[in-house]
Design a protein around this ligand. Structure first.
Ligand code: SAM
Length: 248
């Protein structure tokens, strides 16, 4: 069986994919947050809020440890800290130093005490059973070996801990699928060129969305990694889906 994975629509070796993905995020890091707002017309905000509602950190002083993997510039970690009580702590882990540097700067400005750690989702630098929740937003489709990342999520979660993943999904609403294709294959790379000077990175982002498994296939991958009660909820006509599972 071939070990090939995809970098956008291209078949590549997993080791090569990670290098190419890292180039994408190093190239866009300084404009990443602005581009998120532009590309999604602000929709990434309510999607992320829906994710935080699912994570549901306690409002009181009880300890709650969140690990946000592929956490980039810190959006999910900041939102969970803001929603949670005084016992809520967040750690962001990302493979890209440039994205983490933007995140650290934002945390300082917002006055949030978040730990930023460089690491690979496929081999997390944390002990077993350390976190109450594991989140990954728009991150898992960039990881070359998704089954390894899911096993690591299961390993670092405490029993009773929750896995929550927000990812682009499959638009199944007739009509919306055509508009979405036109928008993403034409306008997004053009916006990327205008704002970051880099259309290729945004072409990769759009292609990688199309290559990500359908939500039920991803739910089955979660189950295969040991996560239980795997479920998903499409948002905005399936443009994204919120996946949930538990370590029991
Ligand atoms: C689209 S960004 C998402 C950032 C953030 N979660 C958000 O929602 O705004 C994808 C992130 O995945 C990170 N990433 C890619 N491969 C990774 C890996 N193997 N392990 C950890 N992070 C990875 C990238 O560096 C990038 O910061």
């Amino acid at each position: 069986m071939s070990n090939e994975t995809h970098f956008g629509f291209r078949e590549v070796d997993p080791a090569e994919k990670q290098g190419l993905v890292n180039e994408v995020f190093s190239s866009v890091a300084s404009r990443y947050d602005l581009m998120n707002d532009l590309m999604s017309a602000g929709l990434h905000r309510p999607w992320k809020e829906a994710m935080v509602t699912t994570v549901n950190p306690p409002r009181g002083p009880q300890p709650f440890a969140l690990l946000d993997v592929a956490g980039g510039t810190g959006d999910i970690a900041f939102r969970v800290i803001e929603a949670g009580g005084s016992g809520t702590q967040a750690t962001v882990c990302d493979i890209n130093a440039e994205m983490l540097a933007v995140g650290r700067e934002r945390a300082e400005k917002l006055g949030h005490n978040v730990e930023f750690i460089e690491g690979n989702a496929e081999k997390l630098p944390f002990p077993d059973k350390s976190f109450d929740a594991y989140t990954i937003a728009f991150g898992i489709r960039n990881v070359p070996r998704i089954p390894d990342a899911l096993k690591e999520a299961h390993r670092v979660l405490k029993p009773g801990g929750r896995f929550v993943c927000l990812e682009f999904s499959t638009v199944d609403v007739p009509g919306l699928d055509r508009i979405y294709d036109l928008y993403s294959f034409n306008l997004i790379p053009a916006m990327g060129r205008a704002v970051t000077g880099d259309a290729e990175s945004y072409k990769y982002l759009v292609e990688s969305i199309r290559k990500f498994p359908r939500p039920q296939v991803f739910a089955d991958m979660m189950t295969a990694a040991g996560l239980r009660r795997a479920s998903f909820r499409p948002l905005t006509g399936g443009i994204v889906a919120l996946h949930s599972g538990w370590r029991l």
